[in-house]
Design a protein around this ligand. Sequence first.
Ligand SMILES: Nc1nc2c(ncn2[C@@H]2O[C@H](COP(=O)(O)OP(=O)(O)OP(=O)(O)O)[C@@H](O)[C@H]2O)c(=O)[nH]1
Ligand SMILES: [Mg+2]
Length: 457
Amino acid sequence: MFDTLTDRFDGIFKRLRGRGRLGDAEVGEVLREIRVALLEADVSLEVVRDLVERIRARCSGAELSKSLTPAQQVIKVVNEELTATLGGEAFRLAYAPRPPTVVLLAGLQGAGKTTAAAALALWFKQQGRHPLLVGADLQRPAAVEQLRVLGRGVGAAVFSEGTDPVAVATKGVEEAVRVGRDVVVVDTAGRLAIDEDLMDEVRRVAAAVKPHYTFFVVDAMTGQDAVRSATAFGEALDLDGVILTKIDGDARGGAALSVKHVVGKPIAFVSTGERPESFEAFHPDRMASRILGMGDVLTLIERAEREYDAGAAEKAVERLRAGRFTLEDFHDQLQQMKRMGPLQSVLGMLPGVPKEVRDAQIDDRDVARVEAIIRSMTPAERDDPSLVNGSRRLRIAAGSGRTTSDVNNLLRQFKEMQKLMRSGGAMGAAARAGARKAKKVKGGRVTPSLKDAGSLR
Ligand SMILES: Nc1nc2c(ncn2[C@@H]2O[C@H](COP(=O)(O)OP(=O)(O)OP(=O)(O)O)[C@@H](O)[C@H]2O)c(=O)[nH]1
Ligand SMILES: [Mg+2]
């Protein structure tokens, strides 16, 4: 995700780090590089100009801090301004005082509305709400069935009937009141902005149910062009925010960075995959640090908290930190990690993971092989891999259907990993940052920690 930009910033900051004082010429050069990087990422020209000017103003003006090196100061400014471009504050959803809270989704064909509707239902459930999905897309014969299947998957009820979209939406809200559901998510038909009839239909649906929130769903992979289609929707509907989908397939990031400016509305949620679990509330500051290659430990921790049993996330961090980490723990971690999504995306959120590692093609099947080997070991062997002698190696290899050299490789790599953690390498650092931030979150305030970014790299 957004690899192009992350790579470019990686290069720019790496060169900066080698410098002492930064004169106007050096700052100018950095700004030029940032400008090119953003344009290559398909960020709208106006956004690029505006962003670069804001960075320039703060870098040439003496915004000096004794505790930061010039390079760190530039990174700090870029981080803050990028956060502002992405919308600044995270979107906050307030529930209607008189339930149900009605949410309407609209957008172009194939943008990901139906997928997002189910994902939103899951998200609301995780917030302790009781959502009802309403299928008001009667254009495509299979659309309601698609919503029913997805709804079943996330354990949310689905309401629809074969009348017309306005009637379905209206009855859907009534049904929610009747059965005591406190949130209604209305899925509508995909439309082309030029299709007046369809635009009129969604306008009438909105007029009938008076949604508390109307989200424009847009596919990040179509870049800033798709964002422009928002104009037609913005004229027809009173938009509150944007749901940016398929950012897993967007190597550039142009849509994400242009949305706020072009649509005039913030990104409320992002979707990073087809599964309903791959959906999260959007946090501009976290996205900025992900783009700048500084990782996104907070989102990782949140996912961990969501997917782990209570307390397990913290325990894992503790064990990592203490360097007491056995193959048994490793196996547990693999299980938990798998629940957090493909490993590649998890790695992208860890700070300090070198570019080479981020870029390595990680095959989730490799993980299955590793698991098989660990499962073929006895508890004692998992606790102390040095027990594994020649004959045990043979037994483990046979048990897991791998070769003895596969077993050897795993043991060697595990030993290196343990060493790396003890010395505070990437994972150890991530764990420490995680523990620290987890504490801050509990304290109620989260401050992006820039010194971390400097020292972690
Ligand atoms: N990779 C990826 N695929 C996604 C994401 N969101 C949706 N998709 C896929 O995109 C395709 C279209 O998604 P839908 O949810 O059916 O889109 P829609 O806007 O409801 O489409 P219409 O109802 O035809 O307008 C499906 O194959 C989804 O699985 C995402 O975040 N990442
Ligand atoms: Mg749909």
